[in-house]
Ligand binder design. Sequence first.
Ligand code: HEM
Length: 435
Amino acid sequence: MRLTRPGTFLRWLDRHGLARLGIAAAARRGDAQARLFFDPAIRDDPYPFYREVREAGALVRGRLMWSTTRHDAVVAVLRGEAFSSDLESLPAPGPLAVVRRLGRSGRPIGPADPPSMLVVDPPTHTRYRRLVAKVFTPRAIEGLRPRIERHAEALLDDLPQAPGDTVEIVGRYASLLPLTVIAEILGVPQDMRQRFLAWGEAATPTLDLGLTLRQYHHAEDAIRQLNAWLRGHFARLRVDPGDDLLSRLVHLDSEGERLTEEELLATAGLLLVAGFETTVNLLGTGIYLLIRHPDQLGALRERPDGWPNAVEEILRYDSPAQTTARYCRADTEVAGVPVRAGEIVVPMMGGANRDPAVFPDPDRFDITRANARDHLSFSSGVHYCLGAALARLEGQLGLSAFFERYPDAALAAVPRRRSTRVLRGYDHLPVRLRP
Ligand code: HEM
């Protein structure tokens, strides 16, 4: 590994290094919540842990933060005006403030760095999101339908067709479909797509907490290369716009308002990571769950209009985005529990989605569940996922195309989970397409 730049080290220390130390120390002292970040058994199956947290209270205090897996409390935090997504503005004690200030210089703009809309608060967030939403309209998303269908069919045509062949379906399908769609949205040429995939994969762990220095270094390198390529790409689109959403964003001038180069960089990086690394998990998990529930797959064959609700149930049952974080800006109360300014709260959407107060028999996978859509997998409040409509469309088209072609697909080996904790899914899912 190359030598780490001093700035990279300081940023790692501020974002991940100190958190790693704090979480490890809390775990050693028996802090139950710290286990979420280290315990491999909880990574593999977090649901018993979420139940413990819910049964312990609406909001549960650990040594480092509050956690909640109760649906009403998760909504209250995500929608509460006292809570901020801008964790960088969390007041830091003297030495940490210096580390943070020094780390700012020379920082590449990653998907979870300001001015990414994911980590800024209103009113900056409002302006920024309004501008991006002008391009990301429901009509523009619906307009992508025929292309998504075409891409899905083309990717399925490329799979090995001989009976008995085993295919690693995440690498060959679940990742390539969202990658192709997001590359099209961003106007990325065909020959750049594999590099984009590599940059996206390297940058994604920055959405997690407690990276090692090596992981962080690798992610920053990828983000730096992505930034450099995007700057050139914006310059090309300015003189020669394409038929893609990014070209429209680059040329957007709404009553004299436009996105700055930095904001465009953050948006394109966020769309790449948020649009790709989550949807791959929706498709991979969906394929796994439906293979494991052949009766429900059979019901979808009889009633294809059940696909939209099946996608909601997949999102509820095993969400691609399990948790997020907020810090409290002003003393407040959540479900009657006082929370003080400066404290961190972790709303666990994956846990709220199994709250029996909202979802009867929550551990049962049921594609006909009437209120499956009440899940919180796309968050809630001002940061509600900008790409939710696109993700739903990709889920419905991608899964139905796969199972129409391969109704008898079967698991060929035990699948392997991704190592990330905020994002949840499989990175290795071998299936046999034909008996
Ligand atoms: C199954 C797929 C997806 C899931 C589960 C998902 C989940 C989420 C969640 C939980 C958040 C909010 C995090 C928070 O409140 O802190 C979010 C925000 C966001 N998502 Fe998604 N997402 C998905 C697909 C997509 C796609 C396809 C795109 C775009 C191409 C996208 C773009 C975004 C953007 C831009 C934001 C930031 C919105 C804001 O801060 O205002 N997502 N997503």
